[in-house]
Design a protein around this ligand. Structure first.
Ligand code: AP5
Length: 231
């Protein structure tokens, strides 16, 4: 007698092949969600697993701060307070990166305002917007115990996703650091900025019919599978 499982597995293979084909043809995804909701964590998995290029405005701005460029010096003043860097600066930065890409990509941290979203749709058509939903107290506890890699940008959590060796990145061996905007006071300021400026994007993309809500609490792998299923 035949079991149903092989058929299900075969369907999974076909679905995955279709997914990989779509991605190689240039799938474009936005990860939305408050600070600490897991955008970076899930974007890294989408990159590792499906080859989507991860574009994180936060990582780009932190790199500019480290390199002490003019952009970095200006951005630091906003980032240290948990405020948003001005729209025109971030839009210019992302337009240059996105329009030079032929491959599929995932946006982590952009757009963050309606003005940024309006600008984005003038230079690219996005296929999916995934909104990660997590409550504030969980976000504060995640961010205050986060450790980040300055070189490859992988993120860890002291309890939920600890590095194998203390303060050392599993992927590239660099020394991990605690982001200066991950103190409780600045995290709460970032959450307020999120509610005032970024939260309206949920309705913005709902109206376009491309938003999917994913519960961002719980096991990191299960959240990833829910994202993959929604694509
Ligand atoms: P940015 O770096 O984009 O910060 P953010 O949006 O505040 O998001 P985070 O990086 O803090 O969190 P995340 O959602 O990526 O979560 P993560 O996966 O790391 O921006 C920083 C600043 O740059 C902004 O404040 C602003 O000044 C400026 N900026 C950036 N973009 C801008 C824009 N477009 N316009 C204007 N200004 C801009 O996870 C967090 C922690 O939780 C980690 O420790 C992780 O290991 C852990 N974790 C993840 N998932 C789970 C889970 N399921 N369970 C338990 N722990 C988990």
């Amino acid at each position: 007698m035949y079991s149903l499982c092989p058929k299900k597995n075969m369907d999974n293979f076909i679905n995955r092949d279709v997914l990989l084909l779509s991605i190689s043809m240039g799938f474009k995804i936005i990860l939305l969600g408050p600070p600490g909701s897991g955008k970076g964590t899930q974007a890294e998995k989408l990159n590792d697993d499906l080859g989507l290029i991860r574009l994180s405005t936060g990582d780009m701005l932190r790199e500019a701060v480290r390199d002490k460029t003019e952009l970095g010096k200006m951005a630091k003043e906003y980032m240290d307070k948990g405020a948003l860097v001005p729209d025109n600066v971030v839009i210019g930065l992302m337009k240059e990166r996105i329009t030079s890409l032929k491959e599929g990509f995932v946006l982590d941290g952009f757009p963050r305002t309606v003005q940024q979203a309006d600008a984005l749709c003038e230079f690219v058509d996005v296929d999916h917007v995934i909104n990660l939903d997590v409550d504030d107290e969980e976000l504060v506890s995640r961010l205050t115990a986060r450790r980040s890699c300055p070189d490859c940008n992988v993120v860890y959590h002291l309890l939920y996703k600890p590095p194998m060796k203390d303060d050392t990145c599993d992927k590239c061996g660099a020394t991990l650091y605690h982001r200066s905007d991950d103190t409780e006071t600045t995290v709460r300021a970032r959450l307020k900025v999120y509610r005032d400026s970024t939260f309206p994007l949920i309705e913005y993309y709902e109206k376009k019919g491309i938003l999917v809500n994913v519960d961002g609490k719980g096991n990191i792998q299960e959240i990833y599978e829910a994202i993959e299923d929604s694509l």
